[in-house]
Write a protein that binds this ligand. Structure first.
Ligand SMILES: NC(=O)c1ccc[n+]([C@@H]2O[C@H](COP(=O)([O-])OP(=O)(O)OC[C@H]3O[C@@H](n4cnc5c(N)ncnc54)[C@H](OP(=O)(O)O)[C@@H]3O)[C@@H](O)[C@H]2O)c1
Length: 319
């Protein structure tokens, strides 16, 4: 295949590493760099778009595609797992695949880091002088971890959590078995919140899941529950969260995602003593580019041999 061109919105380092891998696997396939944002005026020879999130940091793409869309494209591979950061028209017609799975282990590790930080009082426990105070730290082993959304991230997290001796209770959208021995199914989201010491949100943001975690659900929480959101800010009603932290029953929240992003200066979540915020960073890893390229190259092989693509996005379902 010598006339195939991938138009990439990813950075120069990713594109160069991809070219080097393609040189061995598929010599002749070219990678060209195109601007981020709405993919516009793509050269007609570009068959594949390696796309990155569009509707981020306050930007909202127009409701209609740019003139000439979809140019010569045959397939779009996204660099993200969620599909909520893209305009609807991107999914009309061409197959669109996601990077689902590329960051599941790093995100699961990040959720566990939040659990350890909470139980072991990190970073407050570190000393910088001779005034040593002793604090009893809470064992993670024997606690219950709730997981909302049991896809790629939920599965990776459940394996690691069970290895640490956590009991895992979970909830997913469908009746599909969890596929991880020992994971218990919650009756419903209220039951899940009532059972959990730590609860990780790992579901997609869709019209159905917006504010899935609202005042009503938070009122069901086990007293002291630690809520960890590594999915999307819009799944959580932030005002209801603040109220549940101030007046009970919630004990703590570790939020890697918020709505909007970033939160405006002075927002209460920045300074709340029971909140730890991180800047949507749980998926960003030193091996992230390689993992995304793995998915692109696996799908490229499928594309070239007319096999079904992996991780096809389902716009109607929302993930
Ligand atoms: N922080 C980040 O940078 C970052 C990175 C990657 C992903 N994410 C977010 O995390 C989400 C999950 O990622 P993933 O890779 O694990 O996705 P995934 O493999 O597609 O899994 C999504 C899971 O959510 C479940 N679900 C859907 N609607 C639900 C509902 N109403 N209640 C309970 N569960 C529901 C699905 O259930 P079924 O399997 O039964 O359909 C599925 O198990 C993504 O959509 C994305 O928004 C964030």
């Amino acid at each position: 295949m010598s006339d195939l061109v991938i138009a990439s919105q990813l950075d120069a380092t990713f594109n160069q590493a991809l070219r080097e891998r393609l040189a061995t696997l598929h010599p002749g396939i070219k990678v060209i760099e195109v601007p981020v944002g709405v993919p516009s005026d793509l050269p007609p020879e570009a068959r594949i778009l390696m796309g990155r999130p569009i509707n981020v940091r306050g930007y909202q793409a127009p409701d209609t595609p740019p003139p000439g869309w979809p140019y010569g494209l045959r397939w779009i591979q996204l660099a993200s797992s969620g599909i909520d950061f893209y305009p609807a028209w991107l999914f009309d017609g061409l197959p669109v695949t996601t990077a689902r799975g590329s960051a599941s282990d790093p995100i699961a590790e990040f959720a566990l880091a939040a659990i350890f930080a909470r139980n072991k009082h990190l970073p407050d426990i570190w000393v910088t002088d001779a005034d040593w105070q002793f604090t009893a730290l809470t064992p993670v082993k024997g606690q219950t971890l709730g997981i909302v959304g049991f896809g790629s991230i939920g599965t990776a997290l459940a394996h690691k959590a069970q290895a640490l001796g956590l009991r895992v209770v979970a909830l997913r959208q469908s009746d599909t078995p969890f596929g991880v021995d020992g994971v218990e199914a919650a009756r419903d989201i209220h039951h899940l919140f009532a059972e959990s010491d730590h609860l990780v949100v790992a579901a997609p943001l869709t019209p159905d899941t917006r504010h899935l975690i609202n005042a009503d659900v938070l009122a069901s929480a086990k007293p002291g529950l630690h809520l960890i959101n590594i999915a999307r800010g819009g799944l959580l009603d932030q005002e209801a969260l603040l109220n549940a932290l101030d007046h009970g029953p919630l004990g703590f929240a570790s939020l890697d995602v918020t709505e909007p992003e970033p939160l405006p200066e002075g927002h209460r979540l920045y300074s709340h003593p029971k909140v730890r915020l991180s800047p949507h960073t749980s998926a960003i890893s030193t091996r992230g580019g390689e993992a995304i390229a793995d998915i692109l190259l696996d799908n490229l092989q499928r594309f070239l041999t007319d096999q079904p693509l992996h991780n096809l996005a389902d716009r109607t379902r929302g993930y």
